[in-house]
Design a protein around this ligand. Structure first.
Ligand code: AMP
Ligand code: MG
Length: 362
Protein backbone atom coordinates (compact mmCIF):
# COMPACT_ATOMS: atom_id res chain seq x y z
CA UNK A 1 0.00 0.00 0.00
CA UNK A 2 1.19 3.51 -0.75
CA UNK A 3 1.51 5.73 2.31
CA UNK A 4 -0.24 9.07 1.61
CA UNK A 5 2.28 11.92 1.71
CA UNK A 6 1.53 15.37 3.16
CA UNK A 7 0.36 17.81 0.48
CA UNK A 8 3.63 18.96 -1.19
CA UNK A 9 2.35 22.53 -1.49
CA UNK A 10 2.76 22.93 2.28
CA UNK A 11 6.37 21.75 2.33
CA UNK A 12 9.58 23.08 0.85
CA UNK A 13 9.95 21.45 -2.59
CA UNK A 14 13.11 19.46 -1.82
CA UNK A 15 11.71 17.88 1.34
CA UNK A 16 8.49 17.08 -0.51
CA UNK A 17 10.30 15.29 -3.31
CA UNK A 18 12.49 13.46 -0.80
CA UNK A 19 9.39 12.17 0.99
CA UNK A 20 7.76 11.18 -2.29
CA UNK A 21 10.89 9.34 -3.36
CA UNK A 22 11.00 7.54 -0.02
CA UNK A 23 7.32 6.56 -0.33
CA UNK A 24 7.91 5.29 -3.81
CA UNK A 25 10.90 3.19 -2.74
CA UNK A 26 8.97 1.69 0.19
CA UNK A 27 5.95 1.07 -1.99
CA UNK A 28 7.98 -0.48 -4.80
CA UNK A 29 9.73 -2.73 -2.33
CA UNK A 30 6.53 -3.72 -0.57
CA UNK A 31 4.62 -4.35 -3.73
CA UNK A 32 7.17 -6.67 -5.23
CA UNK A 33 6.33 -10.29 -5.79
CA UNK A 34 8.77 -12.94 -4.61
CA UNK A 35 8.52 -16.40 -6.10
CA UNK A 36 10.37 -19.67 -5.55
CA UNK A 37 10.01 -23.23 -6.86
CA UNK A 38 10.31 -25.56 -3.89
CA UNK A 39 10.44 -29.37 -3.89
CA UNK A 40 7.48 -31.10 -2.31
CA UNK A 41 6.90 -34.88 -2.37
CA UNK A 42 8.83 -35.33 -5.61
CA UNK A 43 7.14 -32.45 -7.45
CA UNK A 44 7.41 -28.67 -7.44
CA UNK A 45 5.40 -26.20 -5.41
CA UNK A 46 5.54 -22.64 -6.57
CA UNK A 47 5.43 -20.36 -3.55
CA UNK A 48 4.69 -16.70 -4.19
CA UNK A 49 4.74 -13.90 -1.66
CA UNK A 50 3.42 -10.43 -2.11
CA UNK A 51 4.62 -7.43 -0.16
CA UNK A 52 7.51 -9.12 1.66
CA UNK A 53 11.02 -7.71 1.88
CA UNK A 54 13.92 -9.52 0.16
CA UNK A 55 15.44 -10.83 3.38
CA UNK A 56 12.08 -11.85 4.79
CA UNK A 57 11.24 -13.68 1.56
CA UNK A 58 14.57 -15.53 1.40
CA UNK A 59 14.24 -16.67 4.98
CA UNK A 60 10.63 -17.76 4.39
CA UNK A 61 11.52 -19.79 1.27
CA UNK A 62 14.42 -21.50 3.06
CA UNK A 63 12.24 -22.42 6.04
CA UNK A 64 9.37 -23.71 3.94
CA UNK A 65 11.75 -25.76 1.79
CA UNK A 66 13.18 -27.31 4.94
CA UNK A 67 9.68 -28.08 6.21
CA UNK A 68 8.76 -29.79 2.93
CA UNK A 69 11.93 -31.91 3.12
CA UNK A 70 11.07 -33.00 6.66
CA UNK A 71 7.55 -33.95 5.61
CA UNK A 72 8.86 -35.92 2.63
CA UNK A 73 11.09 -37.91 5.01
CA UNK A 74 8.58 -38.38 7.84
CA UNK A 75 5.37 -39.00 5.90
CA UNK A 76 6.62 -41.24 3.09
CA UNK A 77 4.44 -44.34 2.69
CA UNK A 78 7.19 -46.65 1.46
CA UNK A 79 10.63 -45.04 1.88
CA UNK A 80 12.02 -45.66 5.38
CA UNK A 81 11.11 -42.90 7.84
CA UNK A 82 8.77 -42.16 10.72
CA UNK A 83 5.62 -43.35 8.90
CA UNK A 84 7.15 -46.66 7.81
CA UNK A 85 8.36 -47.13 11.43
CA UNK A 86 4.78 -46.57 12.59
CA UNK A 87 3.46 -49.04 10.03
CA UNK A 88 6.04 -51.64 11.11
CA UNK A 89 5.04 -51.16 14.73
CA UNK A 90 1.36 -51.60 13.85
CA UNK A 91 2.13 -54.76 11.85
CA UNK A 92 3.95 -56.31 14.79
CA UNK A 93 1.44 -55.21 17.43
CA UNK A 94 3.75 -52.68 19.13
CA UNK A 95 2.78 -49.25 20.35
CA UNK A 96 4.93 -46.39 18.98
CA UNK A 97 5.42 -42.67 19.51
CA UNK A 98 4.31 -40.49 16.58
CA UNK A 99 4.86 -36.76 16.26
CA UNK A 100 2.29 -33.97 16.54
CA UNK A 101 1.83 -33.66 12.78
CA UNK A 102 1.27 -37.37 12.14
CA UNK A 103 -1.07 -37.55 15.11
CA UNK A 104 -3.02 -34.61 13.70
CA UNK A 105 -3.24 -36.31 10.28
CA UNK A 106 -4.54 -39.48 11.92
CA UNK A 107 -7.13 -37.57 13.97
CA UNK A 108 -8.35 -35.64 10.97
CA UNK A 109 -8.36 -38.78 8.81
CA UNK A 110 -10.52 -40.55 11.36
CA UNK A 111 -13.02 -37.72 11.07
CA UNK A 112 -12.99 -37.82 7.23
CA UNK A 113 -13.22 -41.60 7.15
CA UNK A 114 -16.26 -41.51 9.43
CA UNK A 115 -17.97 -38.65 7.62
CA UNK A 116 -17.30 -40.00 4.13
CA UNK A 117 -18.79 -43.40 4.97
CA UNK A 118 -15.36 -45.07 4.61
CA UNK A 119 -14.65 -43.65 1.15
CA UNK A 120 -11.63 -41.78 2.45
CA UNK A 121 -9.46 -44.24 4.35
CA UNK A 122 -5.69 -43.75 4.73
CA UNK A 123 -5.28 -47.12 6.51
CA UNK A 124 -5.42 -49.06 3.21
CA UNK A 125 -1.65 -48.94 2.65
CA UNK A 126 -1.52 -52.72 2.07
CA UNK A 127 -4.11 -52.45 -0.68
CA UNK A 128 -2.33 -49.48 -2.30
CA UNK A 129 0.89 -51.53 -2.19
CA UNK A 130 -0.83 -54.62 -3.64
CA UNK A 131 -1.93 -52.54 -6.64
CA UNK A 132 1.70 -51.43 -7.08
CA UNK A 133 0.91 -47.78 -6.37
CA UNK A 134 3.77 -47.41 -3.92
CA UNK A 135 5.96 -46.03 -6.68
CA UNK A 136 6.77 -42.72 -8.33
CA UNK A 137 7.04 -44.29 -11.80
CA UNK A 138 3.79 -44.10 -13.77
CA UNK A 139 2.14 -45.67 -15.66
CA UNK A 140 2.53 -49.15 -14.20
CA UNK A 141 2.23 -51.77 -16.89
CA UNK A 142 0.67 -55.12 -16.05
CA UNK A 143 -2.49 -56.88 -14.96
CA UNK A 144 -4.34 -55.99 -11.76
CA UNK A 145 -4.04 -58.12 -8.62
CA UNK A 146 -6.41 -61.07 -8.44
CA UNK A 147 -9.82 -60.76 -6.85
CA UNK A 148 -8.73 -63.31 -4.23
CA UNK A 149 -5.68 -61.23 -3.22
CA UNK A 150 -7.82 -58.11 -2.93
CA UNK A 151 -10.52 -59.86 -0.93
CA UNK A 152 -7.92 -61.34 1.41
CA UNK A 153 -6.74 -57.83 2.32
CA UNK A 154 -10.26 -56.42 2.56
CA UNK A 155 -11.22 -59.18 5.00
CA UNK A 156 -8.96 -57.50 7.60
CA UNK A 157 -11.04 -54.30 7.35
CA UNK A 158 -8.20 -51.84 7.93
CA UNK A 159 -9.50 -48.50 9.19
CA UNK A 160 -7.93 -45.37 10.63
CA UNK A 161 -10.60 -45.68 13.31
CA UNK A 162 -8.72 -48.77 14.57
CA UNK A 163 -5.88 -46.51 15.73
CA UNK A 164 -5.72 -45.58 19.39
CA UNK A 165 -4.16 -42.22 20.14
CA UNK A 166 -2.84 -41.53 23.62
CA UNK A 167 -0.97 -38.23 23.55
CA UNK A 168 1.64 -38.95 20.88
CA UNK A 169 1.52 -42.70 21.52
CA UNK A 170 -0.11 -44.74 18.75
CA UNK A 171 -1.30 -48.32 18.74
CA UNK A 172 -3.81 -50.61 17.05
CA UNK A 173 -5.15 -54.08 17.59
CA UNK A 174 -5.39 -54.48 13.78
CA UNK A 175 -1.98 -55.39 12.31
CA UNK A 176 -3.32 -54.68 8.82
CA UNK A 177 -3.69 -50.96 9.47
CA UNK A 178 -0.99 -49.47 7.24
CA UNK A 179 -1.04 -45.73 6.86
CA UNK A 180 -0.70 -44.04 3.47
CA UNK A 181 -1.23 -40.29 3.60
CA UNK A 182 -1.07 -39.84 -0.18
CA UNK A 183 -4.64 -38.48 -0.11
CA UNK A 184 -3.99 -35.63 2.37
CA UNK A 185 -0.24 -35.04 2.67
CA UNK A 186 -0.05 -32.23 0.13
CA UNK A 187 -3.06 -30.52 1.67
CA UNK A 188 -1.62 -30.59 5.16
CA UNK A 189 1.79 -29.55 3.82
CA UNK A 190 0.42 -26.34 2.31
CA UNK A 191 -1.55 -25.65 5.50
CA UNK A 192 1.64 -25.86 7.55
CA UNK A 193 3.58 -23.80 5.01
CA UNK A 194 1.02 -20.99 4.99
CA UNK A 195 0.84 -21.05 8.81
CA UNK A 196 4.63 -20.67 9.00
CA UNK A 197 4.60 -17.81 6.50
CA UNK A 198 2.02 -16.06 8.63
CA UNK A 199 4.22 -16.52 11.71
CA UNK A 200 7.04 -14.90 9.76
CA UNK A 201 4.89 -11.81 9.28
CA UNK A 202 3.80 -12.52 5.70
CA UNK A 203 0.14 -11.80 4.98
CA UNK A 204 -0.10 -12.42 1.23
CA UNK A 205 1.07 -15.72 -0.19
CA UNK A 206 0.18 -18.72 -2.28
CA UNK A 207 1.67 -22.24 -2.21
CA UNK A 208 0.71 -23.96 -5.45
CA UNK A 209 1.76 -27.55 -6.15
CA UNK A 210 0.66 -28.11 -9.74
CA UNK A 211 -2.82 -26.67 -9.24
CA UNK A 212 -3.30 -27.94 -5.67
CA UNK A 213 -2.91 -24.89 -3.49
CA UNK A 214 -3.57 -22.77 -0.47
CA UNK A 215 -3.53 -18.99 -0.58
CA UNK A 216 -3.90 -16.12 1.85
CA UNK A 217 -4.39 -12.42 1.38
CA UNK A 218 -4.10 -10.81 -2.02
CA UNK A 219 -1.77 -10.24 -4.94
CA UNK A 220 -1.35 -6.50 -4.46
CA UNK A 221 -4.53 -4.71 -5.46
CA UNK A 222 -6.22 -7.80 -6.91
CA UNK A 223 -7.04 -11.29 -5.57
CA UNK A 224 -4.81 -14.30 -6.30
CA UNK A 225 -6.00 -15.89 -9.55
CA UNK A 226 -5.65 -19.63 -9.99
CA UNK A 227 -6.39 -22.20 -12.66
CA UNK A 228 -8.73 -25.16 -12.29
CA UNK A 229 -7.10 -28.22 -13.80
CA UNK A 230 -8.78 -30.53 -16.25
CA UNK A 231 -8.17 -34.21 -17.00
CA UNK A 232 -5.32 -34.94 -19.35
CA UNK A 233 -3.53 -31.67 -18.61
CA UNK A 234 -4.53 -28.11 -19.28
CA UNK A 235 -6.99 -25.81 -17.65
CA UNK A 236 -10.78 -25.78 -17.60
CA UNK A 237 -11.24 -22.39 -16.01
CA UNK A 238 -10.01 -19.81 -13.53
CA UNK A 239 -10.99 -18.75 -10.04
CA UNK A 240 -10.17 -15.73 -7.92
CA UNK A 241 -9.16 -16.83 -4.44
CA UNK A 242 -10.91 -14.97 -1.62
CA UNK A 243 -8.59 -14.38 1.30
CA UNK A 244 -7.53 -17.59 2.97
CA UNK A 245 -8.63 -20.71 1.11
CA UNK A 246 -7.48 -23.87 -0.64
CA UNK A 247 -8.27 -25.56 -3.93
CA UNK A 248 -7.48 -29.23 -4.57
CA UNK A 249 -8.17 -31.53 -7.51
CA UNK A 250 -8.06 -35.32 -7.47
CA UNK A 251 -8.12 -37.18 -10.70
CA UNK A 252 -7.84 -40.65 -12.12
CA UNK A 253 -5.93 -39.61 -15.23
CA UNK A 254 -2.33 -39.17 -14.10
CA UNK A 255 -1.40 -42.14 -11.97
CA UNK A 256 -2.67 -45.55 -13.01
CA UNK A 257 -1.87 -49.18 -13.83
CA UNK A 258 -2.54 -50.34 -17.35
CA UNK A 259 -2.81 -53.73 -19.03
CA UNK A 260 -3.80 -54.60 -22.59
CA UNK A 261 -7.49 -54.12 -21.82
CA UNK A 262 -7.95 -51.50 -19.15
CA UNK A 263 -6.67 -48.63 -17.05
CA UNK A 264 -6.76 -48.93 -13.26
CA UNK A 265 -6.42 -45.53 -11.59
CA UNK A 266 -4.64 -45.05 -8.24
CA UNK A 267 -7.59 -43.91 -6.11
CA UNK A 268 -9.09 -47.04 -4.61
CA UNK A 269 -12.54 -47.65 -3.22
CA UNK A 270 -11.69 -49.00 0.26
CA UNK A 271 -15.01 -50.84 0.33
CA UNK A 272 -14.35 -52.93 -2.79
CA UNK A 273 -10.55 -52.78 -3.08
CA UNK A 274 -10.88 -51.74 -6.76
CA UNK A 275 -10.14 -48.35 -8.35
CA UNK A 276 -12.91 -45.79 -8.05
CA UNK A 277 -14.87 -45.32 -11.27
CA UNK A 278 -17.12 -42.82 -12.95
CA UNK A 279 -15.51 -39.44 -12.23
CA UNK A 280 -12.31 -38.33 -13.90
CA UNK A 281 -11.74 -35.42 -11.55
CA UNK A 282 -13.06 -33.72 -8.45
CA UNK A 283 -12.11 -30.18 -7.45
CA UNK A 284 -12.87 -28.82 -3.99
CA UNK A 285 -12.49 -25.35 -2.49
CA UNK A 286 -12.35 -25.25 1.32
CA UNK A 287 -10.58 -23.09 3.89
CA UNK A 288 -7.98 -25.74 4.79
CA UNK A 289 -5.77 -27.65 2.38
CA UNK A 290 -6.08 -30.86 4.36
CA UNK A 291 -9.86 -30.68 4.17
CA UNK A 292 -9.94 -29.91 0.44
CA UNK A 293 -7.39 -32.65 -0.32
CA UNK A 294 -9.15 -35.36 1.71
CA UNK A 295 -12.51 -34.35 0.29
CA UNK A 296 -11.36 -34.40 -3.35
CA UNK A 297 -10.09 -37.98 -2.87
CA UNK A 298 -13.34 -39.02 -1.13
CA UNK A 299 -15.49 -37.52 -3.90
CA UNK A 300 -13.69 -39.48 -6.62
CA UNK A 301 -14.56 -42.61 -4.64
CA UNK A 302 -18.15 -41.39 -4.16
CA UNK A 303 -18.55 -41.28 -7.94
CA UNK A 304 -21.25 -39.72 -10.13
CA UNK A 305 -24.19 -40.92 -8.01
CA UNK A 306 -23.07 -40.09 -4.49
CA UNK A 307 -20.75 -37.09 -4.70
CA UNK A 308 -23.39 -34.45 -3.83
CA UNK A 309 -24.44 -36.35 -0.69
CA UNK A 310 -20.86 -37.02 0.39
CA UNK A 311 -19.97 -33.37 -0.25
CA UNK A 312 -22.82 -32.33 2.02
CA UNK A 313 -21.74 -34.77 4.74
CA UNK A 314 -18.20 -33.44 4.55
CA UNK A 315 -19.51 -29.90 5.05
CA UNK A 316 -18.43 -28.70 1.59
CA UNK A 317 -20.20 -26.14 -0.52
CA UNK A 318 -17.81 -25.59 -3.44
CA UNK A 319 -17.28 -28.67 -5.58
CA UNK A 320 -16.77 -29.29 -9.29
CA UNK A 321 -16.56 -32.78 -10.77
CA UNK A 322 -15.99 -33.97 -14.33
CA UNK A 323 -17.61 -37.19 -15.49
CA UNK A 324 -16.27 -39.67 -18.03
CA UNK A 325 -18.09 -37.90 -20.86
CA UNK A 326 -16.21 -34.70 -19.99
CA UNK A 327 -19.28 -32.96 -18.58
CA UNK A 328 -18.78 -30.61 -15.63
CA UNK A 329 -21.15 -30.87 -12.65
CA UNK A 330 -20.80 -28.19 -10.01
CA UNK A 331 -22.46 -26.92 -6.88
CA UNK A 332 -24.24 -23.54 -6.99
CA UNK A 333 -21.52 -21.89 -4.85
CA UNK A 334 -18.79 -23.16 -7.19
CA UNK A 335 -20.72 -22.10 -10.29
CA UNK A 336 -20.70 -18.51 -9.04
CA UNK A 337 -16.92 -18.48 -9.05
CA UNK A 338 -15.53 -20.48 -11.95
CA UNK A 339 -14.85 -18.61 -15.17
CA UNK A 340 -14.57 -21.27 -17.86
CA UNK A 341 -11.97 -20.95 -20.57
CA UNK A 342 -13.85 -21.64 -23.78
CA UNK A 343 -17.02 -23.67 -24.20
CA UNK A 344 -17.57 -26.16 -21.43
CA UNK A 345 -20.57 -28.48 -21.15
CA UNK A 346 -21.73 -27.96 -17.58
CA UNK A 347 -24.61 -28.32 -15.18
CA UNK A 348 -25.33 -27.04 -11.66
CA UNK A 349 -26.23 -29.69 -9.07
CA UNK A 350 -27.62 -29.01 -5.59
CA UNK A 351 -25.74 -30.49 -2.63
CA UNK A 352 -26.98 -33.56 -0.83
CA UNK A 353 -29.04 -35.18 -3.56
CA UNK A 354 -29.05 -38.50 -1.70
CA UNK A 355 -28.07 -39.65 1.84
CA UNK A 356 -24.77 -41.50 2.23
CA UNK A 357 -25.25 -45.18 3.15
CA UNK A 358 -23.46 -46.40 6.29
CA UNK A 359 -20.19 -48.31 5.68
CA UNK A 360 -20.91 -51.91 4.77
CA UNK A 361 -24.51 -51.16 3.79
CA UNK A 362 -23.79 -51.17 0.07
P1 AMP B 1 -5.17 -37.71 -4.15
O1 AMP B 1 -4.33 -37.51 -5.36
O2 AMP B 1 -5.10 -36.62 -3.14
O3 AMP B 1 -6.59 -38.06 -4.47
O4 AMP B 1 -4.56 -38.95 -3.37
C1 AMP B 1 -4.41 -40.21 -3.96
C2 AMP B 1 -3.51 -41.07 -3.10
O5 AMP B 1 -4.16 -41.34 -1.85
C3 AMP B 1 -3.19 -42.43 -3.69
O6 AMP B 1 -2.03 -42.39 -4.48
C4 AMP B 1 -3.02 -43.29 -2.45
O7 AMP B 1 -1.74 -43.07 -1.91
C5 AMP B 1 -4.03 -42.71 -1.50
N1 AMP B 1 -5.38 -43.27 -1.61
C6 AMP B 1 -5.91 -44.03 -2.63
N2 AMP B 1 -7.21 -44.30 -2.39
C7 AMP B 1 -7.51 -43.70 -1.21
C8 AMP B 1 -8.71 -43.61 -0.43
N3 AMP B 1 -9.85 -44.19 -0.82
N4 AMP B 1 -8.65 -42.95 0.74
C9 AMP B 1 -7.50 -42.35 1.16
N5 AMP B 1 -6.35 -42.39 0.46
C10 AMP B 1 -6.36 -43.05 -0.71
MG1 MG C 1 -6.53 -35.83 -1.86
Amino acid sequence: MRTPALPPSRLPTRIASAILLLCCLTACQEEREHSADLFIFGTIAQVKLWGAGDEQANRAFAEVQQMFQGMHRDWHAWQPGLLTDINEAFASGRSIRGDPQIVEMIRRSQDYERRSGGRFNPAIGELVGLWGFHTSEYPIIGPPPSGAEIDALLAHRPSSLDIRIDGLQLSTANPHVQLDFGGIAKGYAVDLAIARLRQLGIDNAIANAGGDLRAMGRHGDRPWRVAVRKPGGGVIGAIEVRGDESLFTSGNYERFRQDARERYPHILDPRTGWPAQGLVSATVIAPEGLAADAAATALIVAGPGDWPAVARDLGLDQVLVIDEAGKVHQTPAMAERVRFTGNVDHVVVPLGAKPVPEPGAE
